[in-house]
Design a protein around this ligand. Structure first.
Ligand SMILES: Cc1ncc(COP(=O)(O)O)c(C=O)c1O
Length: 346
């Protein structure tokens, strides 16, 4: 594991890479009492490109930028994105034997920042620890896509304007487990998080959400919620927007970040205009959706919104293509600015 300590007095100490080990913390440490914790999820990939072994991290600067922003939001220190990315690269290079050499597999990295001051007083921590652990992971869909069913949740709200839903804080995740268990008890895989009496579609489980439809005006549109402070700025979301703009606008698709409602999705489904919907995130890359159960909003009637999939398949064409374009860039079949290379893979 990689560990870097920080104190208000001395700033950042020298980074250390040590064997994986327990942390020893005083029970009064502020992380246990007030939730001074934020984290990241990212991956490193191994492949053979043009006959040469290759190791690459995918968009590490973006993850480090997001971690530093999350950290500052909970009064923990910022850090240099460039220096921290170098530390991560050194760590991954040293531990590269743990990056599986198989398509679909990768090394999952979990950078984490915690407040470590020993105090029951609520205030800005005067010490912190940034650590990174890692684990090999297999493909999310070992036997091909599995489209999910969602429960549109109006009883619980994930994030709200002025809140911290756009930060990757541990405190955002624990409160979402009970709603998820609730939805699971009724047979749903995930919650579709809505906001407001309008029923704005925000995110799905721990993923951003994309909808593809024909608008009432007859335009082909791929749409996702805008970064208004209630949406986590997903790195996969950003890639999908870029890939859709690069490849799909020339096929007539408009790619937009704007507010839309679950009611609009229901109407599009009724009028045969709903084309696809899928979640996006580091773990699954894309997660096709087949059904959304919705209570119909205020005064409405509960109903299902059925989302088309390809005949005999568990995904729509767009989800399939976007997933492929992502994988090609993660493993280096197609070069892009999104990778950080390692010069001497073993
Ligand atoms: C709430 C939430 N939304 C979206 C995402 C997707 O973000 P990314 O694409 O960076 O994994 C995540 C995953 O980290 C998340 O936790």
């Amino acid at each position: 594991m990689l560990s870097i300590e920080w104190t208000a007095q001395s700033g950042w100490a020298a980074p250390r890479i040590t064997p994986y080990q327990n942390l020893s913390l005083d029970p009064a440490t502020c992380v246990f009492h007030y939730g001074f914790e934020c984290f990241e999820g990212m991956k490193a990939y191994r492949s053979t490109v043009k006959g040469k072994p290759s190791i690459r991290m995918f968009r590490p600067h973006s993850n480090m930028r997001r971690l530093s922003r999350s950290s500052v939001r909970i009064a923990l220190p910022a850090f240099s994105i460039e220096e921290m990315t170098k530390c991560l690269a050194t760590f991954v290079n040293l531990e590269q034997k743990f990056i599986p050499d198989k398509r679909g597999y990768s090394l999952y990295l979990r950078p984490t920042m915690i407040g470590t001051q020993k105090t029951l007083g609520v205030g800005q921590p005067k010490s912190a620890l940034l650590f990174v652990i890692a684990s090999p992971v297999g493909p999310y869909y070992p036997t091909g896509f599995k489209a999910v069913s969602l429960e549109a949740t109006s009883r619980y709200i994930r994030a709200w304007p002025g809140g911290v839903g756009d930060m990757k804080l541990g405190g955002n995740y624990a409160p979402c487990i009970l709603p998820q268990l609730d939805a699971a008890s009724r047979g749903f895989h995930q919650n579709l998080w809505l906001f407001g009496v309008e029923g704005y579609v925000t995110e799905v489980g721990t993923m951003n959400l994309f909808t593809a439809w024909i608008t009432p005006e007859g335009k082909k549109e791929i749409v996702t919620a805008p970064l208004d402070g209630t949406i986590l700025e997903g790195i996969t979301r950003d890639c999908i927007l870029a890939l859709a703009r690069e490849h799909l606008t020339k096929e007539g698709w408009e790619v937009n970040e704007r507010k839309f409602t679950v009611g609009e999705m229901a109407k599009a489904a009724d009028e045969g205009r709903l084309v696809e919907a899928f979640g996006s995130g580091t773990a699954a890359v894309v997660s096709p959706i087949r059904r959304i159960a919705w209570d119909g909003g205020i005064g409405g009637t509960p109903r299902d919104i059925m989302i088309p999939l390809q005949e005999g398949k568990e995904a729509g064409v767009l989800a399939e293509r976007l997933w492929k374009w992502m994988e090609e860039r993660q493993y280096g079949d197609v070069e892009s600015d999104w990778r950080l290379f390692f010069p001497h893979p073993l």
